[in-house]
Design a protein around this ligand. Structure first.
Ligand SMILES: Cc1ncc(COP(=O)(O)O)c(C=O)c1O
Length: 326
């Protein structure tokens, strides 16, 4: 194993637990701790580190210096993978959904500066991103140096899910919490957490996209593959605001107020929706008085740069006093 791997893993902090001071929580007599995965490392943090670490380690153990994956222009996963490429001196290639003539997003500007090679795939090609035979076609079409270690979109493979078990295992005394909450995209992060949660704990996932019922099925399938039923769990499916990266004036107002009150940064795509769900569940007594709640801050803050224009429009609407934004 390379010396760089050891250096990197020593640089990655263990996640900090931060007790939230938020008036509603005191009023409702619940204690909420935020697991600050966003603070693990300046470039490589959040649930993305947990999803990538076993994959990176396996690639290095196999002596494989070339890694390829897929994602959108604002992908937290590709951003983290590009950072890993820089920190571990690996060749990384990102296959991006969309067209290369569009201006590069801040995410992809970072990724290219860190050495990631980008190739764009149109909608039809991108649909083939899960086919291993297509990976071989891509490797030869774009002359990737073999062998290539392929990581699926979002880092969501079995090694990624197993890595996410460590989110809880790295949390000091995680057994003390009654309720554990995380944002869900592909569900891989939540599946890993459910699988190691204790029977007395309840795990709540907040899908940030319209995901029922397939997400339920995907998480169940991961639990079967891991050979465990894990703790009781539930998806809170009413907080996606219309879909992935869709916002509302209420969400933006909530996020801005939350950040100002707690000084904890949120992103509008994942963590703001999750935190709004937590507040709403407590307010409506869906989470019982006396509960101790662990909320995983899964990072994604780099993605805020790509949402700036959208956020400005919502904030302008809020400051003009209008009640909705078209
Ligand atoms: C910041 C952030 N939080 C949560 C998630 C959801 O993770 P998963 O796809 O494993 O459900 C993602 C990624 O997809 C993410 O980037």
């Amino acid at each position: 194993m390379s010396n760089q791997w050891q250096v990197l893993t020593e640089q990655i902090a263990k996640p900090n637990l931060q007790r939230l001071n938020y008036p509603l929580f005191e009023q409702m007599n619940v204690q909420v701790w935020v697991l600050r995965l966003d603070e693990l490392h300046p470039l490589l943090s959040g649930n993305k580190w947990y999803k990538l670490k076993n994959n990176l380690q396996t690639a290095l153990q196999q002596g494989c210096q070339n890694i390829a994956s897929f994602g959108g222009a604002h992908s937290n996963h590709l951003h983290a993978l590009a950072a890993a490429g820089k920190l571990l001196n690996l060749n990384v290639t990102g296959f991006i959904r969309g067209y290369g003539h569009q201006p590069l997003s801040p995410t992809l500007i970072d990724a290219t500066e860190w050495g990631m090679q980008l190739h764009w795939l149109n909608r039809l090609d991108y649909q083939r991103r899960y086919e291993q035979i297509y990976w071989q076609e891509l490797a030869s079409r774009f002359s990737l140096t073999n062998p290539v270690y392929w990581i699926p979109e979002g880092g969501s493979n079995l090694l990624g899910v197993q890595g996410c078990q460590d989110i809880l295992l790295d949390t000091p005394n995680y057994q003390q919490f009654d309720t554990i909450v995380a944002a869900c995209g592909t569900g891989a992060t939540l599946a890993g957490m459910i699988s190691v949660a204790k029977p007395h704990q309840q795990v709540l996932g907040v899908p940030v996209l319209k995901a029922e019922p397939w997400l339920q099925q995907v998480i169940n399938d991961w639990l079967i593959k891991l050979g465990t039923q894990g703790a009781q769990w539930q998806l809170l499916s009413d907080y996606h605001e219309g879909g992935y990266a869709k916002l509302s004036t209420e969400l933006v107002a909530f996020m801005d107020d939350f950040i100002q009150t707690t000084k904890i940064p949120l992103d509008p795509v994942y963590t703001a929706k999750m935190m709004k769900a937590v507040v709403d569940q407590v307010k409506n007594k869906k989470i019982a008085s006396g509960s101790r709640i662990l909320v995983a801050h899964s990072g994604g803050l780099q993605g805020c740069r790509g949402m700036k224009q959208k956020l400005t429009k919502f904030r302008d609407t809020l400051s003009s006093g209008a009640s909705s934004f078209d």
